[in-house]
Structure formats: C-alpha cells, structure tokens
Design a protein around this ligand. Structure first.
Ligand code: HCC
Length: 218
C-alpha cells in the first residue's frame, strides 16, 4: 500500500485523482531536485511521480523479486516506468521561488539534450519544445506552487499550474509529442537524473509494492 512522502515542507499524499481519471493514482516515489551552487546543495523543487494502479502488475512481471539495490542500479527498470503502458502524473512543486522562464530553460535544455542523444530530435520535437517553453513564459512560482505533468502512454503531455498542491480541473496546455512527453520523466529519473533522491524513493517503494502484490503469481 502506498504511503505519503514529505520533501522539505511539501507533502505528497499517497493517492491523488487527476482530472483525466476517475480512479486514484498511487505515489510511486518522491524526492528533492537540487543544484550544487558554490559547493552547497541548494534544494529547488520536490518531485513526486504518481502512476495508474495497473503499473504495479505490469512492472511486477519483470521486476518482482529484485532487491531495492538491484532496482536502483537498473536503468531498464526506470525506462519501464517511463515507457510503460500506463499514465503517469508528475507533481513538481517549488521549494524556492523560480520564474517560469528560468525553470523551463533548465527543464527544456535537459529534454533537448536527451532527445538529441537518443536520436529523437526532429522538427516535430523542436515545435513541441517551443510550445512547452511558451506555456511557462508568464508563470511565477513561489514556494509551494506546482507544475503538473500528465504523461499518457499515447504520447500526450498535459501541463497544468497551481499556486499550491491542488490539481486544476482543466489543463493549461496539451502537447502531442511522444518523445517530449517521455523526455520530461527521463530527465528526472533516467540515465542523467536531476533527482537521484526520486530514483531512490521509487526503487525502495517499488520493492515493497511488488513484494506485496499478488495480482501476478509466479
Ligand atoms: C527536469 C525536470 C525538473 C527540473 C529540471 C529538469 C527542475 C528544475 C529546477 O531541472 C530548477 C532549479 C534551478 C533553476 C531552474 C530550475 O525541477 O535555476 O527535467
């Protein structure tokens, strides 16, 4: 059973129901995203990844029985979370004040670098990145405010903004681009992760979820 996680002053509940769904999604894991500035680790955001319930059985068929240490070492485990056929709902809440353009510059740089390295950056992706950047241009993020990313398995990236942790009823923007929708989560928990703490949280929690899950017998 999923439990809540606290990152600094941010509370990530065990379950949330995004407007795209009638059923609650569970908290896969949550962790801080910081940057080393002049030798000091400065915490900027807290990121939580919520998943559709069916992710547990799907991931279990491959990863059940692996230790948390094995999971944390397996890029393939994280790639299965990123690319698996279930919806992910990602909450990125600010610990410190950030302006929209500053925040999106960092996120989009990472996404572009990843898509290029993956051989997946063409005209469609360039256009999707433009739409992505545009959505943030007038945003201001005080502490506690949030960006929600909805990543659907069909390749839709839904964006919404909130002054706190409440999920808006309607999305602010919807971008149809599979490579970008996956790059957002990839840059958080993939090969070059902005939040190793989130990867660790996902591994330790999924170890427990898969151990408890009896929907697939081996
Ligand atoms: C990602 C997803 C999220 C972040 C990222 C890359 C993020 C950004 C924080 O960087 C941040 C910190 C300091 C800044 C600007 C942004 O949470 O100056 O793929």
């Amino acid at each position: 059973m999923a439990t809540p996680v606290t990152v600094e002053f941010l509370e990530f509940p065990a379950f949330v129901t995004p407007p795209s769904s009638t059923k609650p999604y569970f908290l896969g894991g949550a962790g801080v995203r910081g940057l080393n500035i002049e030798g000091e680790f400065v915490k900027f955001t807290g990121i939580g990844v919520y998943l559709e319930e069916k992710a547990v059985a799907w991931l279990g068929s491959k990863w059940k029985g692996k230790s948390a240490a094995e999971l944390v070492e397996s890029l393939e485990f994280y790639r299965d979370i990123i690319k698996g056929p279930f919806e992910k709902f990602i909450r990125g809440s600010k610990v410190r004040t950030l302006e929209g353009p500053e925040y999106v510059r960092k996120v989009s740089e990472n996404c572009v670098n990843f898509m290029k390295s993956d051989g997946n950056y063409g005209e469609a992706e360039e256009k999707a990145i433009e739409e992505f950047r545009y959505a943030f241009k007038d945003q201001h993020f005080p502490p506690g405010s949030t960006v929600f990313y909805r990543q659907s398995p069909t390749g839709t990236l839904g964006l919404s903004f909130s002054k706190d942790e409440t999920i808006p009823e309607n999305e602010y923007a919807v971008i149809e681009n599979k490579a970008l929708s996956e790059a957002v989560l990839e840059t958080m928990i993939g090969e070059i992760p902005v939040s190793p703490a989130l990867k660790e949280s996902l591994a330790t929690r999924f170890y427990e979820f898969l151990k408890e899950d009896n929907s697939k017998t081996e």
